[in-house]
Design a protein around this ligand. Structure first.
Ligand SMILES: [Zn+2]
Length: 337
């Protein structure tokens, strides 16, 4: 087991918050506190470099602490409650939308008015409704449910009040996903592809390379790593851009959605689903690195991205820009291309 070390970043006018990390050979694994504000998170790469100046050329991966508690260097701590986490998640998603210039009045009002419950009974009732009898085993591992319906009519039911803040971010994104993926008409995307985009946006929003669930302290597990890997590989190989993900997820635009689906067919084939065609198994895809640097044998299934040591400004675009290969020019925003 790797030894825990700490550094700190500014939190507010009077307090610094502690960040835990581990050094494994020349690699760094940083545990971002589950509800750390973006303004504090921006300090992490520089403070990390100050703390480990002798670790040359490290690979850094960022994951989340499971506990929601923030520990300050003055010995005090703060644990956000359900409403605090709701506020954090909505703020984080809104900030992402603004930063990427994709916010709209409709998204803004959907997000701010979204109902997010933490009542375990409400969650259990909804979960039971959606399951066949005898298929209840995954209930404990489910972080939350966003009920189906048009944007603005969905409700988020978290699986209890203890879910880490990034799980709230994931469900908050679901409240914004395009109506095209919902409702009576068949979605143009598989559930896996939608989850892949939801989780990609969640990790971008929270600055994580991979996300851990509430039960990760006991049973190491990463969330949607295969689903997000399909998107990340397609981005790495220039087949998909972050802008495509925004246009597909938020507007249901046809061509970007087609590229997302193609990425999943190609990199994340699932032979048990007949609507997904044959593709290259993820492990054989170009650019796939099964285990760029193993932190422990039990976590060898971390995301394929080794994580780069990036300055704060580029923290939210860790993927190479889409190469400017000639592609038919989109007819414009209104055409839904
Ligand atoms: Zn989801």
């Amino acid at each position: 087991m790797a030894e825990d070390r700490h550094f700190s970043v500014p939190y507010d006018d009077t307090r610094d918050v502690q960040i835990r990390y581990q050094v494994i050979q020349h690699n760094l694994k940083v545990f971002i506190p589950a509800s750390l504000p973006e303004a504090s998170r921006m300090w992490i790469p520089n403070r990390l470099q100050e703390a480990e100046p002798t670790v040359s050329g490290p690979n850094v991966v960022y994951t989340n602490e499971i506990s929601n508690t923030l520990n300050f260097t003055d010995g005090t701590s703060w644990t956000p409650d359900h409403q605090d986490k709701v506020g954090y998640a909505k703020q984080a998603v809104q900030s992402y939308l603004d930063t990427h210039h994709v916010n709209t009045p409709e998204l803004q009002s959907t997000l701010s008015s979204a109902s997010i419950s933490g009542d375990p009974m409400q969650f259990a009732a909804q979960y039971t409704q959606g399951q066949r009898p005898g298929n209840m085993g995954q209930m404990a591992a489910t972080e939350g449910i966003t009920t189906p319906g048009d944007r603005g009519a969905r409700q988020v039911l978290m699986n209890g009040f203890d879910q880490p803040a990034p799980a709230y971010v994931h469900e908050s994104w679901h409240t914004l996903e395009s109506n095209v993926f919902q409702g009576a008409l068949r979605s143009p995307l598989s559930k896996d592809a939608i989850e892949g985009m939801t989780e990609y946006l969640t990790q971008q929003t929270t600055g994580l390379d991979f996300r851990r669930a509430l039960d990760s302290e006991h049973k190491p597990s990463t969330l949607y790593s295969r689903e997000t890997s399909a998107l990340e590989l397609a981005m790495k190989n220039g087949e998909l851009s972050q802008n495509d993900v925004h246009r597909s997820y938020l507007r249901g635009s046809e061509s970007p959605t087609g590229r997302v689906e193609a990425a999943h067919r190609h990199y994340f084939p699932d032979t048990t689903r007949k609507d997904v065609g044959a593709g290259v198994p993820l492990t054989q895809a170009p650019g796939y690195d099964s285990n760029p640097f193993s932190f422990s044998a039990s976590q060898g299934h971390d995301t394929s991205s080794p994580g780069q040591y990036v300055p704060p400004q580029s923290q939210y675009t860790p993927y190479p820009q889409r190469p400017s290969t000639p592609r038919a020019k989109s007819p414009g925003r209104s055409a839904g291309g």
